[in-house]
Design a protein around this ligand. Sequence first.
Ligand code: ATP
Ligand code: MG
Length: 426
Amino acid sequence: MDGKGAIHVKFDLPSPVIQAIDRLENRGYAAYVVGGCVRDFILGVTPHDYDICTAASPEEMKMIFRDERTIETGLKHGTLTVLLADMPLEITTFRQDGEYLDGRHPASVSFTRAVEDDLSRRDFTINAMAYSPSRGLCDPFHGREDCALGIIRCVGEAERRFSEDGLRILRALRFSARLSFPIEEGTARALRRLKNNLQKISRERIASELTGILQGRDCASILAAYGDVLAASLPELSFMDDEAWRRAGGLIPYCPADGMIRLAALLRNCHPSGIAENCARQARLIIQGLKMPVKMMDGAEQLVLHQQDAVTLENIQEMLWRLQPEGLSRLLQMKKAMALYEGQPGAEGRFLALEEKMQGLIRSDCCYRLGQLSVKGQDLAAQGLRGPAIGAMLEELMLQVVRGKIPNERERLMDYIRSNTSRLAE
Ligand code: ATP
Ligand code: MG
């Protein structure tokens, strides 16, 4: 059945990809690039990787590429990674999924010799095309048409596809956000109806799809239209109404393409009280629940906590001390996005001036880390301070310095210490 109904188009494939396909074809096995890269070609986007699928079984692939460097980690599932001219290529035997029992994975997969079978298990029509230089485009589900229409549509019956694997619900939102393709009506209705299937999806997968959605150029409309669906994967956000989702989404396009800032923008009002401290604590719990890196958790929590803090040319050294360069730089970016979203006049200029002032302070040897303070812990110990009193005094000195009340000079700081130790040593 191969080749039947093939459409003749021509895509430029990198030469290692062509080599791999030719090698399989010369041994009598159909081989194609498939999925995301074919979609990208049709949309005129340069693919970031190339997946190959083939009629050859895993054992046959191993034989064919036995003289190349290969990685066999995925072989059980039919995938062999082959390094051709240093390009890692994932080559997978055509597969057919068995029954789905857990709402995420097929209970079994079987290998097949027909590319159409392999395409029929894929999620969306735009992701269910295969192409080979000799065979042309294999597009049994009219993915090319949906690319032209600009819509996300399930392969086959949407309700069944989302029941099989709930992750597809978030994937639909992610592709819609990324490509600015609305979700076809039947597919949208089905994913809304089955949104609770997201509860069966691992937190890690939810985290990675959510990150993708937040990076999408049409993220704002997805959040506005499908907030309730997202909340099914983030139950802590169930209290948000349509308006809250619209506001959360509206800010995101103003943020730079930084995962932490965008996540903080999403979570900046993630507690019903709207109080920054509560939102920050809640954001931390949500991010922890998503099993994201600690760095992400700390950084986003800090952004949510300080989102309403005034940063001015006068207090910026103090803010630099409290948040350190990385944190303050991100806070300025987030606050700038908030100001632009709110349409504050002169926001661009104001934040440019703050950014420049901050960079200037960092370049000069101004004091914004404890290590830069002209007195050290042992100086305080020499004055009779002990334990926590030392830390407290260092903090107090830092505050005096970053607020410009005392210059960062040893003698002036020692004076301050002497006139305040009796109080602290009690
Ligand atoms: P990206 O550019 O984001 O990598 P992609 O289309 O390559 O987009 P992947 O997640 O890399 O997306 O998946 C590769 C292909 O595998 C998809 O194009 C799709 O055909 C298929 N696929 C991936 N996940 C699923 C799923 N959960 N259900 C059905 N098909 C899937
Ligand atoms: Mg991919």
